[in-house]
Design a protein around this ligand. Structure first.
Ligand code: AHG
Ligand code: MN
Ligand code: MN
Length: 347
């Protein structure tokens, strides 16, 4: 793209749909609705540090409304922005135990929306990047009826679109419909997402690893050996690797997508299925990373092929540059150990 052309998110989505004569334009409209929610959340995230100074905390704000925690605020905004467009038959959020129905007064659509409204919420108060993650499916139950749990419990392979927004030094929205991964930076002065990262490809091999090393004691022995291997010196394979872990998965994976890297949230003795949620975090990030040329697995199996059994299912996650993810899988496969210890429940 020439530097003198501006490609807005809305135009980019429409151009993408034009390449598919069978497309109805509905996906374009729902992604535009999502970008509106992203702008509102971004604005609120930027004000987070002012909450104490302006005396809003814990009570009512200037409008007499109860102040919400930012993750609940993001959850509510997403529902309010998305429930009346006529696109969705059901939604689900990391912040809500059950599926979210579309109110009866609104049209029921053919898509399903799953989201993590605010990822990295422990970083909100310390000015570290946080994000929103979304995943979109087509319904599997008959059209016209309210959506069900069955519509939500689909394999990641069925996603028709996925993306995330990082609220960082700038706000960036990254999405894919399976044809390339594209990033748009929000211009705060006129409120438009402009194409800044066209057709992102993740490097095949990296020299960055991201993992919470505080859990080392509890890891699979193969994983321990892999991390020690990354810390050894070898010029040819660019070792030792650098360690980078922000504690917001969306920000860690965004950096690794651009620079190359492997992000891991493994199972361990205390968390037998890791920590991250399959439907709201792992599936959408896996669709993005795979479309960009990377790899995502639970250590044994491709994330996108996992058949979910429950809405808030957790899974171990190894995601990023293809060669690095393959290598950690090999290290773990070499260690003879009962896999039940690491893959035993769905909670
Ligand atoms: P969330 O804020 O949506 O609950 O997710 C937090 C997740 C993820 O963003 C991050 O990578 C991970 O928790 C960090 O966990 P640890 O503190 O255990 O490393
Ligand atoms: Mn999260
Ligand atoms: Mn969250």
């Amino acid at each position: 793209m020439s530097k003198t052309q501006f490609m807005t998110l809305a135009r980019h989505i429409i151009e993408g749909e034009k390449r598919h004569p069978e497309a109805t334009g509905e996906l374009s409209r729902l992604l535009s609705d999502l970008s509106l929610a992203a702008k509102i959340i971004s604005l609120e995230v930027n004000k987070a540090g002012l909450v104490d100074i302006l005396g809003f905390t814990g009570g009512n704000n200037v409008h007499g409304e109860q102040v919400k925690k930012l993750d609940m605020f993001a959850h509510d905004i997403l529902i309010r922005a998305m429930d009346h467009g006529g696109h969705f038959c059901v939604m689900a959020s990391e912040e809500e135990e059950n599926i979210i129905h579309i109110p009866a007064r609104h049209k029921i659509g053919k898509y399903v929306l799953l989201f993590d409204p605010l990822d990295g919420s422990s970083n909100i108060d310390v000015n570290i990047s946080i994000g929103t993650i979304f995943s979109i499916y087509k319904r599997v139950t008959p059209d016209g009826m309210p959506g069900t749990l069955e519509d939500c419990l689909q394999q990641g392979l069925n996603q028709v679109a996925a993306g995330y927004i990082v609220y960082g030094s700038s706000t960036i929205l990254v999405y894919t419909t399976g044809e390339g991964v594209h990033g748009f930076t929000l211009d705060p002065s006129f409120g438009e997402f402009l194409l800044s990262h066209d057709n992102i490809k993740i490097p095949k091999k990296s020299h960055i690893y991201s993992i919470n090393e505080g859990n080392y004691l509890y890891w699979h022995p193969g994983l321990k050996k892999y991390i020690k291997y990354l810390q050894e010196e070898d010029e040819k394979t660019e070792r030792p690797y650098s360690s980078r872990y922000v504690g917001s998965m969306v920000a860690d994976i965004h950096r690794n997508l651009l620079y190359g890297g492997i992000f891991m949230y493994p199972a361990d003795h205390r968390h037998t299925n890791g920590k991250l949620r399959l439907m709201y975090e792992c599936n959408p990030m896996s669709m993005i990373i795979e479309t960009a040329g990377g790899r995502a697995s639970n250590g044994k199996k491709r994330i996108l092929e996992i058949q979910p059994e429950i809405l808030h299912e957790k899974t171990p996650l190894f995601i990023g540059s293809e060669e690095d993810v393959r290598m950690v899988e090999e290290f773990m496969a070499k260690e003879e150990i009962s896999s039940e210890v690491y893959f035993s429940n769905k909670s």
